[in-house]
Structures are given as structure tokens and as C-alpha cells.
Design a protein around this ligand. Structure first.
Ligand code: F3S
Length: 754
């Protein structure tokens, strides 16, 4: 048994009293999201959390990490002094496998290329009690749905499509590695109390329409920003009619509207999926607290009273949608596609059709798509496009092979790729004659921003349901509407494709020979973490030094940043991704995208020791070598963009002591605090103008560092004059302890007596 039944039972045992306590606070009926959120408050809630305003500490039940983000998360966890993770956690090797030829060969190439990363992840997982899913086992979200997600639970995952688990009634939120470290270390996890969007689904789908079309429609309505800071809760008889995996598809793509996560209420479809995946006991336990795993009835009756926004969709009237190119919210109903293709000049030829991924590779998706593929042969049609199939997990792959579906795809020239992200995340060695040629691909994945799938700006990527994508693979034209258009077969006859048919769950059950799971050792004592000292991709971390107990004096200016400075400017992605597990190597990208106020250039700052200009990281390394601390000065909303912890760790690693800005993006500010860095703001924003290139800086007041109490920065200018300016901060008592200890993890290590 992979799932933690005791934990799930404990959650269910406590749920009724926790929901009752929350209802007493709120004094009104509750939505499902509210029930789960209040039940997972780190400390029992004593007041109502205001949506969209209050920051709340939560205690998630689980953590899931994919292999790209797990590296730095686990390197950090390794320094916190705990012997085991505080909550059940898993690592999934899915992002580093490149699709080139086909499943078997691509997997074996990936194992060779990424061996040191896989060995590290396997050994550190073994040491700290983390479940390890080997390369080829499947994509994180599918594996989580099949094994770990449970109604009413709360999890965080280091991947944006973590909300997939909402298909099983779980609040599942995508986060950065730093958040995963917090939860694994037993710290509270903070989130702004989300707003709630209700989507009422009435009627029942039929024919070519599938669950994917619901979220494609919702994306068109709400746009890519419409869900920001909100949980989307689906309800109504239409919601209960959807298969569990269909619900998961909808929740998965909630990420495309910026939603915190999406959620369905526990129902018979979820119970059936739990049972089909070997978790009857979870279904039984959930059934016992069913009323607490659904919104209160009054919420259904009066949704506008309880949700901040409500959408309504009649599934009986919904037609398939095709979204794109370049953005997932450009939603076109299939009946209008031919017109749209002509009007926008989108390339009509579909060059590659790709189905599967974490979003759409359920048994239902595959069996319905295979029913279309089978018609190609039966009706003497040939596939016009390249066609690939990415199973979401080995369980799915094995079962669909056993049930003959992979054979059906093979007969029409479909290529089965590894159970991994592959083309969905740009891990795709696509064969194309001219990479600059405007071209069209259609996928059943989730994201379709420029360059996402194949790295080519010329590729127009559209997103549709797997059954529609399969129809496109056969027709080869984006303007084709399988609901009404005919195709000419090899005999010159005109034929139509029949509606897809499939099974929500495998009639003969799921099966698998080797799911690809490696359980951790019962005790990690003596388990060695594998990192070669000469590795260029991985580096064990040393704890950051504790605060020396004095004010900081004679600091130098590293850079005064002008204008926008996102986490991408601070720690660029692209070619640097391969160094995500090696702090020293990735630090060579520190702030290289930021514009220097004094010369308007990027990656060119004055070394005040030599008077020469040089790259930011190299200059900082020279200061570090001489034991000189530095200051980074920033503009408004410094660190916006992502929760990338490298953006906070790199300056800390290279010896920057203080970041002083006009204002911070909140997540980055918290990340700086966690790493033991001083992140301060100008009390008077105009003081930004007083910072000169050759200044020496003193930060005073640190020995009395206290919540709400300003600090002072003395600017000693080169001409002998000086300015004294006030700095604000938002450190609470706990965060001041992090600063003093050198980092939040150092403090935990202390608590564990290490
Ligand atoms: Fe992987 Fe794409 Fe899903 S990158 S996790 S298959 S969204």
C-alpha cells in the first residue's frame, strides 16, 4: 500500500469537529474549499480568514516534487537536521526525459544523461523517507492521482499543474521548492486566503464533447488571469456526472487561468476511481464523512451568496473547443474553427498531433481516442499528421497496451513516447525541415505559449481534447470539424468519423508489472546521499552562517537596479536550468538580467575596489573573496514573477548582506527572509535617489532588531558627506530568529539539536 491510510483516517476523524468549529466562526453554510482550508489551518482558527486579504498558515498533508524542482528543495532539506520528512512526500522523475525516437530508447538515453541527478534523488529520498518514482514510472500528477490524492486532503507540489489532484476532491497547490522544504521540515505553509469562484455545471455531455472542453470554455471566459488568487469550485449535477479523471483534467488546466487550484466535491465517480486504483478503504472512509467532503446544500441553492464569482455552463449545449495559438484562453468552438483559421491566417496543415501528458492520458481519454484511431483503419483512411501518444503513468501504459489500444495507435502510425513530460515541457527533439516555417501542432496538453513544446517561435500550438486531436491526426487539417465534415478515403469514398466511445475505467481493471516505485528505507541512518564532489549539476549545501551579532558596516554597493527586476532577472532560466541543483554554478547567473542604474547596462557593475566594470556575479565573487559584504538596491516590486528560491539563495551564497528596495514582491521577500537575508524597504522611496555608486553602507539597529521597528542605513559618500536614511521591514519575531540563525532551516536544525 503506497498511500498513508492512517493519515487519511486521521484527517477524516478530525474533519467533522474542525468543520463544525469553522462553521461556528463563519456563522453560515460553507463551501467545500472553506471546509478543507479551515480543517488544514496550522493552528486551530480563532477568527474568520478574509478571502483575498489574510495570510493564513496551513498544514498540508502531503508534498510531491518533480525531478527538476526537487533537486534544490532536497538539497536544502538536507541541511535542516531532521531525520525524516514531517509529512509523506514523493519525488517523480518525469521532467528530464527528452522525447526523440520512442519510449524505450528515449528512456534509456535519459537514464544515462541524468544518472547523477537520478542517483542523488533516489539516495536522498531513501535517506529521508521519501517515496521515489523512477524515470519511466510516470508523470507526477497522474501518479499522485492514482496513488495518493484523497478527497478533503491538502497537498502542495513543486509543479504548476499540481491542482490535477482536485479531480479527487483535494486542495492541491503548485508551489516553489522553498515551500516544499517548509512543509517537509514541519514548518507552517503560508497562503493568502483564496477567493472562491463557483462554476455550476448543469446538463450532461455527449458525443464529441469531453471534460477537456469544459476547462477550454472556462479558460475562454475567465482568461489567463481570471483565476488569480482564487480556488475554482465546480458543482451541480453536471459536475457529478463527470468521471474522476475528467474532473482531474479540468483541475489540471485551472493553472492556465492562474487559479490557486480547482476542486470537485466527493461523489460516486471519485469513489469508483479510488476503488479501481486499489483504494477501496479510502473510498469507504470518505463515504463515512461524505457530507463534509461536499459543500453545504444551501451553497448549491444560492451560489452567488457564497462564491465571489459564479459561472454557469450547460454541458448539454457544450461543443468541443480548440484553444490557441500561443495562449490557452483564445477559445474557439470547433464549429467556428474553419472560419478562424482563414481569418487569422493560422497554418491549416496540422503537422504533429500529440495526445496524452499529465492532463489527458486517462483510460477514458485513451479508450475514446483509440475508438477514433480504429476508424482510420476500418474506413480506409490514412493518418495525415505525425501522431504521438504520451501515457501519464506506467499503470496507464501497461493497461492500455494490454487492452489493445496501443496496438490500435500503432496501426495508424502513432508513436508511443515515454511516460514522462517530453514535448509538453519542451523536452522534444522535433524533426522539422525548416524551424522558421510557420506551422501548426495540436496537443491535448495544457500550456501552449510560444516555444513551449518544441522551442520554435514559428510553431502555432493549439490545445484540444485527445479525441479531437486524434481526429486532427487523421484529417491533417485544423479547419476540419469531425462533427460535420467528411473525409475522402483511399478508395475515393467520402466517410465520416463516428463519435468517440470509451470507458471511464478499464472493464478488466488496471494492471501493471512494475509501477516504477522505490520505497524508502525504514530508517535512513547510514544511507549515503550520492553527490560527486566534481559534479557540475549537483552540490551539497552548507548551512549559511549565522548573523555575527553586530551591525553591518562598510558594505559596498553591488548594483543599484533600475526598473523592473523579476526573479528571472535575478536568476535566469533557460540554459541555467541544468544547474538548479548546484548553487555555486547557478550563482553565475545572479542578477545578470538586472539593469544597472548608473550605466543603463545589464551585467555590468563597477567594482569599487578596482574602479573597473565587470559582470555582476564575478564582481560579487571578488568582494566575497575579500570578505566584504555588499548591498543590492532595487526599485518597485523587486522579485516579482515566481517563487524561485534560487533568486534568494544566490545573493545569500555569494555574500550579499542586504537587499534594499522601494517595494518587494511578497513571495520573494519571504524567500529572502527564509534564507537569512535582510530584505528592507526605503521608508521614504525618494531615498533611492541618494544611493551613489561609490557609497559605503552601514546598517544599524540590528542589535535591537524587532517587529515594526525601523532600521537605519548610513550612506557614506565618496566626497566625505553622508546621509542617514530610515528603512522599514516586515520581519515578525519568528523571521527575526531566522535572520539571527542564518536561515529558517538553520533554526530548525537548532531545534533538532544539530
Ligand atoms: Fe509535465 Fe507538462 Fe504535466 S511538463 S507535469 S506533462 S504540464
Amino acid at each position: 500500500m503506497l498511500f498513508d491510510l492512517d493519515l487519511i483516517k486521521r484527517v477524516y476523524d478530525e474533519l467533522p469537529s474542525k468543520v463544525l468549529a469553522a462553521r461556528n466562526l463563519l456563522k453560515r453554510p460553507m463551501t467545500l474549499a472553506e471546509k478543507i482550508l479551515y480543517a488544514h489551518s496550522f493552528k486551530p482558527a480563532t477568527r474568520v480568514f478574509e478571502r483575498g486579504k489574510d495570510y493564513v498558515d496551513f498544514a498540508p498533508d502531503r508534498v510531491a516534487m518533480q525531478d527538476a524542482t526537487a533537486q534544490m528543495a532536497l538539497l536544502q532539506f538536507d541541511t535542516c537536521g531532521r531525520d525524516r520528512v514531517a509529512v509523506p512526500s514523493t519525488v517523480h522523475c518525469d521532467h528530464l526525459i527528452q522525447a526523440k525516437v520512442g519510449a524505450e530508447q528515449d528512456l534509456s538515453t535519459a537514464i544515462d544523461t541524468n544518472r547523477e541527478v537520478y542517483d542523488f534523488l533516489a539516495s536522498i529520498s531513501n535517506k529521508y523517507g521519501i517515496g521515489f518514482w523512477k524515470p519511466g514510472a510516470g508523470i507526477i500528477h497522474q501518479v499522485v492521482l492514482e496513488n495518493y490524492a484523497f478527497p478533503g486532503g491538502m497537498m502542495i507540489g513543486t509543479d504548476s499543474h499540481t491542482p490535477n489532484a482536485g479531480g479527487l476532491g483535494m486542495i492541491a497547490i503548485g508551489v516553489g521548492g522553498a515551500d516544499a522544504v517548509d512543509v517537509m521540515a514541519g514548518l507552517p505553509w503560508e497562503l493568502k486566503m483564496p477567493k472562491l469562484i463557483g462554476v455550476k455545471l448543469t446538463g450532461k455531455m455527449s458525443g464529441w464533447t469531453s471534460a477537456k472542453d469544459i476547462i477550454l470554455w472556462v479558460a475562454g471566459q475567465l482568461t489567463v488571469k481570471g483565476g488569480t488568487g482564487a480556488i475554482v469550485e465546480y458543482f451541480g449535477e453536471g459536475a457529478d456526472s463527470l468521471s474522476c479523471t475528467g474532473k482531474a483534467t479540468i483541475c489540471n488546466m485551472g493553472a492556465e487561468i492562474g487559479a490557486t487550484c480547482s476542486l470537485f466535491a466527493f461523489d460516486d465517480k471519485m469513489a469508483a476511481y479510488l476503488s479501481a486504483t486499489g483504494r477501496e478503504e479510502v473510498a469507504t472512509a470518505a463515504n463515512r464523512v461524505r457530507e463534509h467532503l461536499r459543500p453545504d446544500e444551501e451553497v448549491y441553492a444560492n451560489p452567488t451568496k457564497y462564491y465571489d464569482q459564479v459561472l454557469e455552463l450547460n454541458l448539454a449545449e457544450l461543443e468541443p473547443y480548440v484553444n490557441g495559438p500561443f495562449t490557452p484562453d483564445l477559445a474557439t468552438p470547433i464549429s467556428k474553427m474553419a472560419e478562424a483559421v482563414a481569418a487569422h491566417g493560422w497554418p491549416d496543415e496540422v503537422e504533429v498531433a500529440l495526445i496524452g501528458s499529465c492532463t489527458n492520458s486517462s483510460y477514458e481519454d485513451i479508450s475514446r481516442s483509440a475508438s477514433i484511431a480504429a476508424q482510420a483503419k476500418a474506413k480506409d483512411l490514412k493518418t495525415a499528421s505525425e501522431f504521438t501518444i504520451t501515457p501519464g503513468s506506467e499503470v496507464v501504459r501497461y493497461t492500455i497496451e494490454k487492452d489493445g489500444y496501443l496496438g490500435t495507435f500503432d496501426e495508424i502510425g502513432g508513436v508511443v513516447l515515454a511516460n514522462a513530460c517530453g514535448p509538453c515541457i519542451g523536452q522534444w527533439a522535433r524533426h522539422i525541415d525548416d524551424p522558421t516555417r510557420k506551422n501548426t501542432i495540436v496537443t491535448s496538453f495544457n500550456r501552449n505559449f510560444a516555444k513551449r513544446n518544441d522551442g520554435l517561435a514559428s510553431t502555432h500550438a493549439f490545445v484540444a481534447s485527445p479525441e479531437i486531436v486524434t481526429a486532427y491526426a487523421i484529417a491533417g487539417r485544423l479547419s476540419f470539424n469531425p462533427l460535420k465534415d467528411k473525409l475522402t478515403n483511399e478508395k475515393g469514398e467520402e466517410v465520416m468519423l463516428d463519435e468517440p466511445k470509451g470507458f471511464e475505467l478499464p472493464p478488466r481493471g488496471f494492471s501493471v508489472e512494475d509501477p516504477g516505485y522505490q520505497a524508502p528505507a525504514a530508517s535512513g541512518v547510514g544511507v549515503k546521499v550520492e553527490v560527486s564532489p566534481s559534479s557540475q549539476r549537483l552540490q551539497l549545501l552548507s548551512p549559511f552562517p549565522a548573523w555575527e551579532g553586530t551591525d553591518l558596516t562598510s558594505l559596498r554597493l553591488l548594483i543599484k537596479v533600475k526598473g523592473k527586476c523579476t526573479t528571472d532577472h535575478i536568476s535566469m532560466a533557460g540554459p541555467w536550468l541544468k544547474f538548479r541543483g548546484h548553487l555555486d554554478n547557478i550563482s553565475n547567473n545572479m542578477l545578470i538580467g538586472a539593469v544597472n542604474f548608473f550605466n543603463g547596462q545589464t551585467d555590468s557593475v563597477k567594482n569599487s575596489l578596482t574602479g573597473e566594470y565587470g559582470p555582476v556575479p564575478a564582481t560579487q565573487r571578488q568582494y566575497k573573496a575579500k570578505g566584504i559584504g555588499t548591498v543590492v538596491v532595487g526599485d518597485e516590486n523587486y522579485g516579482e514573477g515566481s517563487s524561485r528560491e534560487h533568486a534568494a539563495m544566490e545573493p545569500r551564497h555569494l555574500g550579499v548582506r542586504v537587499i534594499v528596495v522601494k517595494s518587494f514582491a511578497r513571495i520573494h521577500e519571504t524567500n529572502l527572509k527564509k534564507q537569512g537575508m535582510l530584505g528592507l524597504t526605503f521608508a521614504n522611496k525618494d531615498d533611492y535617489d541618494k544611493i551613489l555608486e561609490d557609497d559605503l553602507f552601514d546598517i544599524t539597529g540590528l542589535t535591537d532588531f524587532a517587529p515594526g521597528k525601523q532600521l537605519t542605513m548610513v550612506l557614506r559618500h565618496a566626497d566625505g558627506t553622508s546621509d542617514k536614511i530610515k528603512l522599514n521591514h516586515t520581519y515578525n519575531e519568528q523571521q527575526i530568529e531566522w535572520f539571527k540563525a542564518g536561515s529558517a532551516l538553520n533554526l530548525i536544525r537548532k531545534q533538532f539539536g544539530k
